[in-house]
Ligand binder design. Structure first.
Ligand SMILES: O=P(O)(O)OC[C@H]1O[C@H](OP(=O)(O)OP(=O)(O)O)[C@H](O)[C@@H]1O
Ligand SMILES: Nc1ncnc2[nH]cnc12
Length: 242
């Protein structure tokens, strides 16, 4: 049976977004029928075309189809703002996803379903947008939440890592004593671009003996090849934005 590849062509919203964006929604594991979402270029309306690999769906396929439908709606709820914060950057804005409680909850549920049985004791969320998605996932899987913060924000003793971004450089800090050697961690952020941020988070956690099980993001910008920078560290994403 074929694995899922789901394509969503996302329209720019309103006058702020004159250019069209394409988002690919990828389910990284499991079996499912093929689901294609197509965007009508002229009308700015999204056209959803669903086709199955077989005419009779199995129960497993039906469940996957439901999951895929959730991912399509999550993708549609993410807005793209051109030239923010600098010319040439197509900013993936998750604040519009937060305005849609069903899509927001679905995004949390998809991560929880993946990580609930993986003996993860630490969810490390990256400032700022990893703070939105990390805590509900941590609570649902029974893990603690550890904030990975911008410099000079944490009041206690910290360890730091400098890293490069798509548009600048930054420093990430974590409280000493927040995690124990041997703990199993999931790192959460909204987006991977160059991968510099996730690499810094991995380095911080591994420096203190934590096992980083996986990194998880809502969105991947594949053109920036951040996934390659993570080496063999697994990365799970819901939406791939071209
Ligand atoms: O893969 P990378 O190239 O490292 O980029 C990804 C990071 O960039 C964004 O955060 P940003 O640094 O803009 O900070 P913010 O969330 O505080 O705005 C995003 O939320 C990721 O954390
Ligand atoms: N294009 C982008 N959209 C949102 N956040 C980002 N962080 C780095 N690149 C980004």
């Amino acid at each position: 049976m074929s694995s899922l590849l789901l394509l969503s062509h996302i329209a720019a919203i309103g006058t702020q977004q004159p250019r069209e964006r394409t988002k690919r929604v990828i389910k990284k594991s499991g079996l499912s029928p093929f689901l294609l979402l197509n965007h009508s270029e002229k009308s700015n309306k999204k056209v959803y075309c669903v086709s199955s690999s077989s005419s009779r769906e199995t129960e497993e396929e039906k469940m996957s189809s439901t999951k895929d439908d959730r991912i399509a709606k999550i993708s549609s709820a993410i807005r793209v703002i051109p030239d923010f914060p600098k010319p040439g950057i197509m900013f993936q804005d998750i604040t519009t996803l937060l305005l849609d409680p069903k899509a927001f909850k679905d995004s949390i549920d998809l991560f929880v379903e993946r990580y609930k049985d993986q003996q993860i004791s630490v969810v490390a969320g990256i400032e700022a947008r990893g703070f939105i998605f990390g805590p509900p996932i941590a609570l649902a899987i029974g893990a603690k939440f550890v904030p990975m913060r911008k410099p000079k924000k944490l009041p206690g003793e910290v360890i730091s890592e400098e890293y490069s971004l798509e548009y600048g450089t930054d420093i990430m800090e974590m409280h000493v004593g927040a995690v124990e050697p041997g703990e199993r961690a999931l790192i959460i952020d909204d987006l991977i671009a160059t991968g510099g941020t996730l690499c810094a988070a991995i380095r911080l956690l591994e420096r203190v003996g934590v096992v980083v099980v996986e990194c998880a993001c809502l969105i991947e910008l594949p053109e920036l090849k951040g996934r390659d920078r993570l080496g063999d560290k697994p990365l799970f994403v819901l939406v791939s934005a071209d």
